[in-house]
Structure formats: structure tokens, C-alpha cells
Design a protein around this ligand. Structure first.
Ligand code: MGD
Ligand code: MGD
Ligand code: MO
Length: 689
């Protein structure tokens, strides 16, 4: 008899859906959306609809293995791994860690993890283990750190108007977000608003799937959104389209901002952003006159060298028009700050010896190839395909090839990273492993219990660290707790208890809303030092940054190349059928995404003698890749697009897109600059593909 099991999607996506799995005889037959989930309402994305391909992928890692061949991708088809027992795997890993700690000090051990599972307990399962070990700490800044820091500068608390409020808006701006691919559950709200006459504007650097369904697409040059927002603000102020009452009572720094705005007349804004000055003016007027203006800001525009400033600047717009008090008006980027989970008692940062070094995940390439005091000797990678998703993957790969580096990879699937492992450990999918979940797109906490037994000998992150702790003789009772004990700790916070968000209640209901006012989470004030929305930020000044919003030229962009040099600005956004590099192991996702193509404007292709389907060589200061060309007017001149994180082993040239991206850090929060790249594009011999 088939039964349906309610679960939460583990993928790193703002929507954190509730999914119903049809299970029979310990096998997942299909997945569908849970119609009762208030935010996701039964809709399911293309990545999850086909997730049984991943659960039952021929590339699933089902047993612990050890490497028997050379490091790196297979060349001659010879087997490079042999099956071993869990006992042997754990003994080997523990022994390597012990020896490294003794000979080079525990900082020679580096954990690298990010977001294969968003389950709160499993995602953070290694924290207390590595802290107890005294290992190098990892700054997990690869995704939202810059957006968070930029948002905090203006708004304080990382929460926003509930996206459900969009349904009441009359003008929605999707700014730097391809929601149709990455946040599709907001589309029903937008549809409702449009049925009532609302306008949808999309601001992006190329015509995305989402831009194609909008009423208006505004193409902005990469990394120039702050200038666009400042230009809009100038129009709003000059034309009196502002809410002076809101400004007087809920913001600081308006007078300083007003003088700054004089530096951004429409002509200058057009020159920086490429947006015609008449469009800047009209967009500002539409925004200022809207009954309920709603901005959904994405994270894409934060992945630039000036990303923090971009986010901070756009976040000023609703402050000028008082959008928060207008029905359907407001702004949203992330909801993460609403959950207030109690992480420290679980993660035990107090166990990490004072002064322990921190390595930024953006700079893992550098750490593996350059760190010397001490060098990294043991690398433990879990739920992250470091060789594929981290920037400057050429440097990461060179590090992973080091013969004196011992690498453990705990994975579901045979990823690029597994190719470099000394020991491979099998992990379960979310269908096989319980956890609790928050979200960064809504305000619901969710819970998941196993729907099927683990395949093969898969063990969860949580289980593996408990076993390793035992092998290393860690006596603390924490390591003997079960997963639900850890979940209970994490949920132990007064505001959650007050709202009835407890483990017991979650086990019964499966998802629960955390307390927040959906219309205006800032009704009680902003979380800034002044308690107000800060146009002027003392905290930015203290960081040595401009306390006012401004446009900062990119570290690699039009301003940094000589006239006639002709390099293009490369942007590397997410793929529709992949979740970062997850999806490379799913047959239908692979088919849907197809081979990665370089997208160029017809003029840029012509100038290089390139036609549709030709092999193009794309070179940055970091490295080069070859891709077939797609010629399209969806991409503005001067811009190049390589969407999706296709695995190196799936690419004809054996390289992934992050060969081109840099380990450079953003202006705020120490995040990655995935989209700040100048590249040279040339015709290549067809055989290069
Ligand atoms: N299908 C799919 N869904 C995903 C993911 C995926 O890989 N695939 N990844 C998940 C993860 S981990 C995350 S963090 C989120 C990411 O979600 P977000 O970053 O919030 O959204 P994206 O849709 O990636 O939007 C990035 C958009 O920003 C644009 N962009 C780049 N630079 C600029 C700029 O300077 N200005 C403007 N205006 N736009 C710019 C890109 O072209 C792209 O369309 O999505 C999650 N959902
Ligand atoms: N070019 C380019 N690069 C990018 C991005 C981009 O848009 N363009 N996006 C960036 C962003 S926003 C992010 S968040 C990062 C994400 O980077 P990663 O954290 O590397 O994310 P994924 O590529 O999804 O890889 C996660 C891996 O975890 C495995 N996994 C899943 N569940 C489990 C589990 O329970 N246990 C274990 N041990 N393994 C598990 C999956 O099989 C998968 O291989 O990538 C970044 N890299
Ligand atoms: Mo992300």
C-alpha cells in the first residue's frame, strides 16, 4: 500500500516547501507539493518534481570508499575507489585528524561545508565537533553574508514585508532576482496582484525567464544598481513624491542623503547604469505614486565587489516613500532574522580555542595552496561541492590535487569534489533523514521525519560526527545526544516558546509560523543602532566606508579596462533546473538544463566572428573555459552570461564556470564576487569543446 509522507524540501532555496512523498515498500515513487502549506500552496519546482532521479541516481554514493587511484577525474576509466567498511573509514579519518593535530596543530584541519541540506541540525552538525578539535574555523560567507550586511546597515534586522503582501500591491519590482527559477512560490501572489491591475517591473542585467513575463524589463549594467536607486531617489525628492511624516519619525540622515542625491542627476545615472534617463524618471514616479509599492530584492546584485553598498542603497527606497505603512507596500530580501534559533548551545563556539584562525569559504583555493602557518593537511568536506561551487575553482582544484593533503568528502552523489577524495562517506537524502528547517523566503519553521530507510550504508552528517567524536575520545555528553535532543536545544528560545514553536508541536503540525507582523515587521522599530531606517549609517562610517549610499565602481568593470580593450562583464547566475551544482546527478535535470552555453548579444558575437553554436573561449584573469555560443538579444551588449553551475565532469572541456570567478571579497560581509568578472571572448577550434 502506498502512503504519503509529509516532508520539508532540504534545498538551499528561499521557499522551503512542504512536500508530500508517495512511498511504497520503502521506496519513494513520486513527490508533490503540499497544498496545505500556507506559503508554497502545493506548487513544486522542476528541480524537486524529478528528485527521485537523485534519490535513485546511478551516481549515489552508497558505501564508504577509499581512493586507490590518482587524485582527480578518471582518465582511463580505471577504478579509483574501493569499498571499505564504516569501521575502517572512521578509524582512518580519526587517525589522520589525530596525527595532523599532533604534528601541525589542529588548525591544520579545515572543515568545508555549505548548503547541500538546509536542515538546521545536519547543516551545522560539524560545528561543535570541529570547535572541540580546535580545527580552523570556516567563515560561511559564500551566499548571503554580503546581502545581510548591506541590509543591516540600512534596516538593522534581516526581516522584510511578507511576500504574501505582494498580492495587495499595485507595483511590484523584482530587483536582481530571477524568481521564476529561484523563488517561484511568490508568483501566485504576483499573479493575484496583476489580476487586480498591478504592474510588474523586473530589473536585471539580462532578460531572464522572469523578465520575459514582466510588464517592463529594465536592463541595468552589472554592479550599478546603487546608481539607479540613487537616481530614482533624486527624482522622488525633487518631485515631492516622498512621505515626509515617515521620514521625520522613522529615518535618520535624510538631509545628508538629499545632498548626496544631487550627485546623481538622470544623465549621470544613465551613463553609469545604461538605463535611459527618461526610464529612471518614469520608474521613480511610478514607484513614488504607487498605492502599495513592493520591492523584492534578490541576492544576485550583492555578489559584486560593491554588493553590500548596492543592497544598502536599494533598501533606502521604501524609507523615502513610507512603503511600510501602505497596504501591499514594503520590501523583502530575506526572512532569516525572524527565527532567532538558539545555535550557540548546539554549535559550542566557546569550545574553539581563543585565537583560532578563520578561513573564508570564498578563499578555500588560497587556503589549500598558500596557507603555511600551519598548512591545511586534513580537509573535511560535507554537503558542499567545493570543487564546483567555490570561486576560482582552478585554485581549489590545484589545492585538492596536493599529494600531502588528506581529503574526506561526505556526499550523496559522485560530485567533482569526490574525484579528489581520499575517503568518501555516503550521505542520505532528505527522504532518509530527519531534521528541522527554517527559511529565508517566509516565516515558517518545518520538520521532517524519515520517509524511507537510508539507502545502502548512508549516514547523516549528524550521525557521522557523533561516531567520529567517539573515535576521537570526546567525552562531552553533547556528542551522545540524538538528533531530536539537538533540535530541542536549537528551538529553545523564549520567543519561540511563547508562540508555541516547540519540537513536540512541530512533530504534530509539521510547520509553524514564527511571530512576526507580515504587513510591517518594522512596526516596533528597525534593528539599527538608532532604531530607525538609516539613510546615514554611523556603523558604515566606523567600518571606514561611506556612511551614505553611493555608487562604487566595480573592481573589474568598464572603469578598469582601457578603451577598446573589449572585455565583457561576465555574470554567472543560477540555472533553472539546478540548485547550485545539485541537479548534475539527476537525469531529467541534466536534460532540462542542457549543455551550458555562453550567451552574448548579436553585436558582441559578430565583433568576434562568432555564430550560434560556435566554440567560444572565455578567459578571465583566473582561468578559461570553452563553451558553445548562444546568440541572443536577451543579453545587453557588453555583458556575457554563463548560467548554471554545471559540474566539470559534465562539461566537454572538463572545467566548470567557476574557473573564471575570483576569490575577491565584497565590500561588506566578506562575501563572494561571483558576478564581477571581465572576460575576453574569442573563437576557439571546435575541438576545444
Ligand atoms: N533554480 C535555482 N534556484 C535556486 C538556486 C539555483 O541555483 N537554481 N540557488 C538557490 C540559492 S543557493 C540562492 S542563494 C538563491 C539565489 O537567489 P537570488 O540571488 O536572490 O536570485 P537569483 O535568481 O539568483 O538572482 C540573481 C539575479 O541577479 C542578476 N544579477 C547579477 N548581477 C546583477 C546586478 O548587478 N544587478 C541586477 N539588478 N541584477 C544582477 C542575475 O542576472 C540573476 O538573474 O536561489 C536559490 N534558488
Ligand atoms: N558560478 C556560480 N557559482 C555559485 C553560485 C552561482 O550562482 N554561480 N551560487 C553560489 C551559492 S548562492 C551557493 S549557496 C553555493 C552553494 O554551494 P554548495 O554548498 O556546494 O551547494 P551544491 O552545489 O548544492 O552542493 C551541495 C552538495 O551537498 C550534497 N548533499 C546534499 N544533502 C547532503 C547531506 O545531507 N549530507 C551531505 N554530506 N551531503 C549532502 C549534494 O549532493 C551536493 O553535491 O554555490 C555558490 N556557487
Ligand atoms: Mo546561495
Amino acid at each position: 500500500m502506498a502512503k504519503e509522507v509529509q516532508t520539508i524540501c532540504p534545498l538551499d532555496c528561499p521557499d522551503a516547501c512542504s512536500l508530500l512523498l508517495t512511498v511504497q515498500d520503502g521506496k519513494v515513487l513520486s513527490l508533490r507539493g503540499d497544498p496545505a502549506h500556507p506559503f508554497t500552496q502545493g506548487l513544486i519546482c522542476t528541480k524537486m518534481r524529478t528528485y527521485t532521479d537523485i534519490i535513485y541516481s546511478p551516481e549515489r554514493i552508497l558505501h564508504p570508499m577509499r581512493r586507490v587511484g590518482p587524485k582527480g577525474p578518471a582518465r582511463d576509466g580505471a577504478p579509483r575507489f574501493e569499498r571499505i567498511s564504516w569501521e575502517e573509514a572512521l578509524r582512518t579519518v580519526a587517525a589522520k585528524m589525530r596525527v595532523a593535530a599532533e604534528r601541525w596543530g589542529p588548525e591544520s584541519i579545515l572543515p568545508v561545508s555549505y548548503s547541500g541540506t538546509m536542515g538546521v541540525v545536519n547543516r551545522n552538525a560539524g560545528q561543535r565537533f570541529f570547535h572541540r578539535l580546535g580545527a580552523s574555523r570556516l567563515a560561511r560567507t559564500i551566499c548571503v553574508a554580503t546581502a545581510k550586511a548591506g541590509w543591516e546597515a540600512t534596516m538593522g534586522r534581516v526581516v522584510g514585508t511578507d511576500c504574501g503582501e505582494m498580492a495587495k500591491s499595485d507595483h511590484i519590482i523584482l530587483w536582481g532576482i530571477n524568481a521564476l527559477s529561484t523563488n517561484m512560490h511568490i508568483l501566485p501572489f504576483i499573479k493575484t496582484a496583476r489580476a487586480r491591475g498591478a504592474k510588474l517591473t523586473v530589473i536585471d542585467v539580462y532578460r531572464t525567464r522572469t523578465a520575459k513575463i514582466a510588464d517592463e524589463f529594465v536592463a541595468v549594467r552589472p554592479g550599478t544598481d546603487a546608481a539607479l536607486a540613487l537616481g530614482m531617489m533624486r527624482v522622488l525628492v525633487r518631485e515631492g513624491l516622498i512621505d515626509q511624516n515617515f521620514i521625520d519619525s522613522h529615518t535618520v540622515g535624510f538631509e545628508e542623503l538629499r545632498s548626496r542625491l544631487e550627485e546623481y542627476p538622470p544623465g549621470r545615472v544613465e551613463a553609469i547604469t545604461g538605463v535611459p534617463s527618461a526610464t529612471v524618471e518614469r520608474l521613480a514616479r511610478e514607484y513614488g505614486r504607487a498605492r502599495g509599492p513592493f520591492i523584492r530584492m534578490g541576492i544576485g546584485l550583492s555578489r559584486h565587489s560593491n554588493g553590500g553598498m548596492n543592497v544598502r542603497t536599494i533598501a533606502c527606497l521604501p524609507g523615502l516613500v513610507g512603503a511600510f505603512s501602505k497596504p501591499g507596500g514594503g520590501i523583502f530580501q530575506m526572512s532569516s532574522g525572524a527565527f532567532g534559533l538558539s545555535m550557540a548551545p548546539y554549535e559550542r563556539p566557546d569550545w574553539s580555542p581563543p585565537g583560532t584562525r578563520t578561513i573564508n569559504i570564498v578563499e578555500v583555493g588560497k587556503a589549500l595552496t598558500e596557507a603555511s602557518d600551519p598548512p591545511i593537511k586534513v580537509l573535511y568536506v560535507y554537503h558542499c561541492s567545493a570543487a564546483t561551487t567555490l570561486p576560482d575553482s582552478g585554485a581549489v582544484r590545484r589545492g585538492l590535487l596536493r599529494e600531502d593533503l588528506f581529503t574526506v568528502v561526505h556526499e550523496l552523489l559522485h560530485t567533482d569534489t569526490v574525484d579528489y577524495a581520499d575517503i568518501v562517506l555516503p550521505a542520505p537524502t532528505f527522504a532518509e533523514s530527519p531534521d528541522i528547517f527554517t527559511s529565508y523566503g517566509h516565516y515558517l519553521v518545518g520538520l521532517n521525519e524519515e520517509a524511507i530507510p537510508a539507502l545502502g550504508e548512508a549516514k547523516s552528517n549528524y550521525e557521522v560526527f557523533s561516531l567520529l567524536a567517539e573515535r576521537l575520545g570526546f567525552e562531552e555528553p553533547d556528542f551522545k545526544e540524538d538528533l531530536w535532543d539537538a533540535a530541542r536545544k536549537v528551538l529553545d528560545a523564549p520567543h519561540l516558546a511563547e508562540a508555541g514553536v516547540t519540537l513536540e508541536h512541530l512533530r504534530e503540525k509539521r510547520y509553524l509560523q514564527v511571530p512576526i507582523s507580515p504587513e510591517n515587521p518594522f512596526a516596533e522599530g528597525f534593528g539599527t543602532p538608532s532604531g530607525k531606517l538609516e539613510f546615514y549609517s554611523e556603523r558604515m562610517a566606523a567600518l571606514g566606508m561611506d556612511p551614505l549610499p553611493r555608487h562604487v565602481p566595480l573592481a573589474e568593470g568598464p572603469e578598469t579596462q582601457a578603451a577598446g580593450e573589449g572585455r565583457l562583464q561576465l555574470v554567472v547566475p543560477p540555472g533553472h533546473h539546478f540548485l547550485n551544482s545539485t541537479g548534475n546527478g539527476g537525469a531529467r535535470n541534466m536534460r532540462g538544463e542542457g549543455e551550458q552555453r555562453l550567451l552574448l548579444h548579436p553585436e558582441d558575437a559578430r565583433a568576434r566572428g562568432l555564430r550560434e553554436g560556435d566554440a567560444a573561449r572565455i578567459r578571465s584573469e583566473r582561468g578559461e573555459v570553452c563553451r558553445p555560443l548562444g546568440v541572443t538579444e536577451d543579453v545587453p551588449q557588453g555583458v556575457a552570461i554563463l548560467a548554471g553551475v554545471h559540474a566539470a565532469r559534465r562539461s566537454r572541456d572538463g572545467k566548470n564556470v567557476n574557473e573564471l570567478t575570483a576569490q575577491r571579497l565584497t565590500d561588506l560581509g566578506g562575501g563572494p564576487c561571483f558576478h564581477t568578472n571581465l572576460v575576453e571572448v574569442k573563437a576557439a577550434a571546435a575541438a576545444s569543446l
